[in-house]
Design a protein around this ligand. Structure first.
Ligand code: GLY
Ligand code: MN
Ligand code: MN
Length: 423
């Protein structure tokens, strides 16, 4: 499935309605970062560009211009050439870009002509200009590292330097509000990504064996989701055997998994840009020890209890406090801690984040949940003394009177896992 152009047009209209009068928004699709010598990392589209156009191609630029109520949308793409076709295959044609995005063919040009277009039609108050000189320039101000320049400011450097009279504003503040609440088709795509993920997890559970290397299990997951139709991984897969599972973002995946240990697998597949983010923890040999079962059940109970709390009006910080309290009670009950405050030794992350085109998706956490918000539920316990880390992560969508667990059919009950892994 793909997002239809009618929905993309609605997204751009919604953004226009939030933009101020006499403003210009430039959204860059980005490009793959350099890796070494003549090698580049795989390209991941700027998600805001993808959200507004449905296109995942390097070096394209979306131009959105608003006068009062009058709006203009243009897309600038890379031109095709015989040379490019020979080396990397045929580029997207203007007609195809128009068909995907719903932007009329006449409003699609080539990036080589963008500087002239901007200087003549937009950044001037001449007879040729569309609305007169805009007052505001909206750019995507996401900073990949604290106190660094947003990447879009590097792309738009010439404009910023030569037009200091343009007030810079952050496009993310507007677009994040739109992306935080998912449409029916976005939820369907997340569900598709979850189904690919389920198929990958089941393959891992079926083929898991003591002594197997973590990277072999991780590769099985990646192979299976691609076989199932996913375009790839939502994020770097975490396969952490035994004691390594206490490291939250363990990505080395290079140790062999000890017999009798649990393996924590935090992973997700992608469907048309939308991500799944699931964690399952299971015994490498297919059978929980009584102690593993006891700890696993504690996390599972909290996973379910948190899902039960989710409904419109609830704040994510309330879910965090609730999860922490529930985990602390169970640690007390198990005699692992004597004081509730010590829960921090065994649980040290948040229980939820938004999920969508980004795995840790955009949107403020300062407002209550509302229908259409998709979020993870991922309580965990990490007990280094026992060489055990357990996390159980599901993806849920907020609905009118509660929440629907989109990953409900990825098995997580002890007896389901044991009987599935029986051989
Ligand atoms: N996979 C990263 C997370 O669960 O947040
Ligand atoms: Mn995860
Ligand atoms: Mn997560």
């Amino acid at each position: 499935m793909k997002i239809q152009k009618e929905e993309l047009i609605k997204r751009r209209q919604a953004l226009f309605s939030m933009m101020q009068k006499r403003s210009l928004a430039l959204v860059y699709s980005g490009e793959a970062p350099h890796k070494t010598l003549d090698q580049f990392y795989a390209y991941t589209p700027n998600r805001n560009f993808q959200y507004l156009t449905g296109i995942a191609r390097e070096r394209f630029v979306l131009v959105m211009l608003k006068k009062d109520v009058e709006t203009y949308t243009y897309l600038f793409i890379e031109s095709d050439s015989e040379e490019a076709t020979k080396w990397t295959g045929k580029r997207l044609m203007r007609a195809e870009a128009s068909e995907i995005s719903g932007i009329p063919l006449d409003d699609i040009g080539y990036v080589a002509g963008l500087p002239e277009f901007l200087s003549q039609k937009i950044l001037s108050d001449s007879r040729k200009s569309l609305i007169g000189m805009p007052k505001i320039l909206y750019l995507d101000m996401y900073r990949p590292r604290p106190l660094t320049k947003p990447i879009s400011m590097i792309y738009a450097q010439d404009i910023i330097e030569n037009f200091p009279e343009l007030a810079l504003m952050n496009l993310c503040e507007l677009i994040d509000q739109l992306r935080r609440v998912k449409s029916t088709s976005e939820i369907a795509l997340i569900q598709e990504a979850i189904q690919h993920t389920r198929s990958g997890i089941e393959r891992m559970m079926k083929e898991a064996k003591a002594g197997m290397n973590e990277r072999a299990l991780a590769s099985l997951f990646e192979y299976q989701i691609k076989q199932s139709g996913s375009e790839g991984l939502a994020f770097n897969t975490i396969v952490a055997g035994g004691p390594r599972a206490v490291v939250l973002h363990y990505e080395d995946n290079d140790q062999s998994i000890e017999d009798l240990s649990l393996v924590l697998c935090d992973l997700g597949a992608v469907a048309d840009g939308y991500n799944a983010d699931i964690t399952r923890t299971f015994p490498i040999n297919g059978r929980f020890t009584p102690r593993q079962k006891q700890l696993y059940e504690a996390v599972l109970e909290v996973n379910k209890a948190v899902i039960d709390q989710i409904r419109p009006g609830v704040m994510v910080k309330d879910l965090n406090a609730f999860a922490k309290d529930e985990l602390a009670n169970r640690l007390l009950g198990l005699g692992i801690i004597k004081d509730k405050m010590d829960v921090d030794r065994y649980y040290y992350h948040s229980v939820s984040h938004y999920l969508g085109l980004d795995t840790h998706d955009v949107g403020t956490y300062q407002v209550p949940l509302e229908p259409g918000v998709v979020l993870t539920v991922e309580p965990g316990l990490y007990i280094p003394e026992e060489q055990i880390g357990i996390r159980i992560e599901d993806d849920v969508v907020v609905v009118k009177d509660g929440a629907i667990n989109l990953s409900a059919d990825i098995i997580k009950e002890v007896d389901e896992i044991e009987s599935f892994m029986k051989r």
